[in-house]
Write a protein that binds this ligand. Structure first.
Ligand code: NAP
Length: 510
């Protein structure tokens, strides 16, 4: 009998050789993430033989100078260290292509070079185009690829595109980008990257839920009281990030993509198979079921936005957001947001999903916590200390990736006193090795033609629909919900605590 799960798992382990063309190859993303990811795949023997890498950018550079720049960064950031012999072997397959993104001749020269590489391989070859440039160039790059005939699939060979975030700034811009991408590449050849989905712990959400018998029966509104998704950062606008961030804000930068993707993995129904569309069909249903906060009053009731003012983080004095480099001193951009999401589905009716994300918070941590309902209070509630809260399942995405379960236990001794205890699983100690970087997994999946961990067109658009209502209430309504200030190094504005307190809930202390 056909077993789609088996077929899918087998295909995932067989990435195919290809030429990877990176647009924006002299940039930060290529140096810090993409090349180290490809190098680490090589060191672990996971990169298919015959992969070539072409870096496309406009600066005048020789192959040697380009490789030296990549090597310098790889030495600093590579997860498996830097082995000179492996690097030399890897770097032989890396070259530089100088061109403006808008220069048709540059793409013609690229096409000739790709043909020459294919000829060395003995025929036609697969091509993976990675657009690691600012979104304002997406249209030009995609149109030029099409005009140069580089997006065509020829029999037996593929041409795919990976597109970086941000995928639009609102629903209309995302729809426009989708049109541009899909007039050049078929949707099945389009890989919209959301690096959170490449993280081991995010992938493990489905395994935890569907490969264990004990969670799924409880995974609904009968047993779950509330769910919290937190993404806290203890940094501000270091490294010149203020320019980009001040245009985006926490809601668009983090919630629209990473956090709603995590929410959909937690809340989705079991897919019928593990194919990319099987999984994404279920995720998009979750996004469609989000109750829309589509008036300023609903936004004021269910969303809190905040901005940090000067304070102390990790014992160091930090400036307020409006004093940060490249930030408008009058900025109305939120650095913190807390959102209550309600899913109108049978499974989740009445269960709030609270999302919070912010900069300059007390620590760096991304986690999902599932708060189970308290058991009937008939046995232990008469104890003088009471029962200390209920079960909480915590999925730590970063750092210290792992899962813990909070349970109530008796303190040893003659008297009956209860205390919460924790069962803890850590990836590093259980499997004895660090998790691969998200980009490693995502690059290898795109070579294997597996789009499961990439966002599909409809997912991106559904997420923007939800976000746009909030942005409109903040920036376009006559009665915008207020922006609250909070001191850097604290856990956000008091209003975020009130949001949960209204339902008798509290943020988990991290
Ligand atoms: N950096 C990250 O960790 C990160 C993480 C997630 C997403 N992203 C996204 O990834 C994208 C790239 O980010 P980045 O940080 O790598 O940007 P970046 O450091 O500013 O690099 C931009 C690249 O684009 C090239 N470029 C710009 N204009 C060009 C033109 N007209 N013709 C040819 N090349 C041109 C630059 O080449 P020259 O040097 O030759 O000018 C450079 O290689 C952005 O969309 C960003 O939002 C980045």
């Amino acid at each position: 009998m056909k077993n789609p799960l088996r077929k899918d798992l087998v295909s995932r382990s067989r990435p195919e050789a290809c030429t990877v063309v990176i647009f924006g190859a002299t940039g930060d993303l290529t140096h810090r993430k993409l090349i180290p990811a490809l190098y680490n795949l090589q060191i672990e023997g996971a990169l298919p033989a015959g992969v070539k890498i072409i870096g496309f950018a406009r600066r005048d550079k020789s192959n040697e100078v380009f490789r030296e720049g990549l090597e310098d960064l790889n030495k600093q950031v590579s997860r498996n260290g830097h082995d000179q012999e492996v690097w030399s072997e890897f770097a032989e397959n890396v070259e530089y292509h100088m061109s403006e993104f808008t220069d048709a001749d540059g793409y013609k020269r690229l096409a000739d070079r790709l043909d020459a590489i294919d000829a060395e391989r003995g025929g036609k070859g697969n091509r993976l185009f990675y657009i690691a440039s600012a979104p304002s160039f997406f249209d030009d790059i995609l149109d030029q690829l099409k005009a140069a005939g580089l997006s065509d699939n020829t029999e037996g060979y593929w041409s795919r595109v990976i597109v970086e975030k941000p995928f639009g700034t609102d629903l209309p811009t995302a729809q426009h980008l989708n049109q541009v991408v899909n007039r050049t590449f078929q949707e099945s050849d389009t890989y919209r990257i959301d690096h959170y989905l490449g993280k081991e712990t995010a992938q493990n959400i489905m395994v935890l839920r569907f490969a264990n018998a004990i969670f799924e029966p409880l995974w609904n509104n009968n047993y779950i009281e509330q769910v919290q998704i937190t993404c806290a950062e203890n940094l501000g606008m270091e490294g010149g990030r203020g320019g980009y961030y001040d245009q985006a804000g926490a809601l668009r930068d983090m919630v629209q993509n990473h956090l709603l993707q995590l929410l959909s993995l937690v809340a989705m129904e079991p897919p019928t198979d593990l194919s990319a569309d099987g999984v994404r069909d279920e995720k998009v249903k979750v996004l469609r079921s989000m109750r829309q906060w589509d008036t300023p009053e609903l936004v004021a009731e269910n969303v809190v936005r905040g901005q940090y003012v000067a304070g102390h983080v990790d014992g160091k004095e930090v400036v307020g957001y409006r004093e940060e480099d490249r930030v408008d001193p009058e900025s109305k951009t939120e650095t913190y947001v807390a959102v209550k999401v309600m899913l109108d589905t049978w499974r989740w009716s009445g269960v709030p999903f609270y999302i919070r994300v912010g900069k300059q918070l007390p620590k760096k941590a991304t986690e999902i916590s599932i708060h189970f309902k308290n058991p009937p209070s008939v046995l232990f509630n008469a104890l003088s200390d009471g029962v200390p809260g209920g079960n909480v399942l915590v999925i730590r995405i970063q750092p210290d990736e792992g899962i813990s379960l909070r349970m109530v236990s008796k303190i040893p001794g003659a008297s009956l006193r209860l205390e919460p205890v924790k069962m803890d699983f850590k990836y590093s100690s259980s499997f004895g090795k660090a998790s691969p970087e998200a980009y490693e997994r995502l690059l290898i999946d795109s070579m294997a033609g597996d789009a499961t961990l990439f966002a599909r067109r409809d997912e991106v658009e559904e997420a923007w629909k939800f976000i746009d209502h909030i942005e409109n209430a903040w920036h376009q309504s006559k009665t915008p919900p207020k922006m609250t200030e909070f001191v850097a190094g604290t856990w956000g504005p008091k209003e975020a605590d009130d949001l949960l307190a209204a339902a008798g809930h509290q943020w988990r202390r991290l």
